[in-house]
Write a protein that binds this ligand. Sequence first.
Ligand code: ACO
Length: 345
Amino acid sequence: RDRDVTGVQTCALPILSLLAEIREKASKKGKTIVLPEGTEERTLQAIKGIVDQKVAKPILLGDESEIKGLASKIGADLTGAEIINPAKAPFRDDFVQAFYELRKKKGVDLDKANKTMLDPLFFASMMVKMGKADGEVAGAENTTGNVLRPALQIIKTAPGVTAVSGAFIIIVPNCEFGANGTFVFADCAVTIDPSPEQMAVFAKSSVATATDLCGIEEPRIGMLSFSTKGSASHEMVDKVTKATAIAKESYPELKVDGEFQFDAAVVPKVGASKAPGSDVAGQCNVLIFPDIDAGNIAYKVAQRLGKAEAIGPILQGIAKPVNDLSRGCSVEDIVNVVAMTAVRS
Ligand code: ACO
């Protein structure tokens, strides 16, 4: 799990301008974003950037005196942030009742609901569900799974979405492929072995990421495999062929094709020779991987060997925006992820 928006110098300019654009878009929205990790130092230090750049109105969760004590110890300015204590919030009882109603079929009783609503990650997801925040950002001190689970249980998936995915925006320096070197890769982070139907959903979700966050005007989606248009026969190839057919049928508005090997998807000459007649082969800027192994490995190879910037995981398909930070994130990363979350709300 990584979010290295820093570290690679060669393409600093494109990424800085993309992130500046996202912060600018966020500043026009005035959204409220809850940050449940209220005693996490980088989160507190990020408040000043979030408030000064108006990317969102931040809410921190936790005990007010503990949070303020830590802020003064580390010199973090919390001006403009609201602090809510899950144990004392005036709407706490409503949250307990709502969680009980949502989860009683899963064996949750009122006592368990009461205890669960003391957990800031669950409380934050309930704030988003109940409209007390527009989005949530966490993960500076919690794993991806722990950030995702409350969101999946409480906020759930958006209408028509059967599975959540985690996309990376990949910006490759000096690259003529994709959208001037910018790509969306998915799923790299959430659904371990998606069905063909779920892969098709990831194609649809990733187009929204490409347009909303990357400004890619014409998303062209490649469904990736180790085979191009029947060059190999295997059930793994069949899965991607089926996913492609479902994506075309379910979302006729998308420009999508496959199954493609990576080079057939992004290199025009290879696309033309291996997939003649395809209207996206060789020109894809949104790449859908057959499983989380392939997606996760691919984004890290692009980042570490290809010197690409990798921004993500950007969670796609949750009914309201929730985003996961890397535990290695910087203060600036938190400001940027809050901005992305605000843009998606
Ligand atoms: N999409 C949508 N809903 C889902 C998904 C999904 N992919 N997975 C689980 N759910 C739903 C379940 O249906 C369930 O709903 P319900 O309780 O209302 O019936 C709810 O979420 C909770 O499910 P659980 O079974 O309790 O959750 P689980 O323990 O399966 O965790 C999780 C789900 C967190 C997504 C898990 O699949 C996971 O850990 N994925 C991989 C995360 C990871 O480690 N990524 C790699 C690192 S990230 C990086 O490198 C950038």
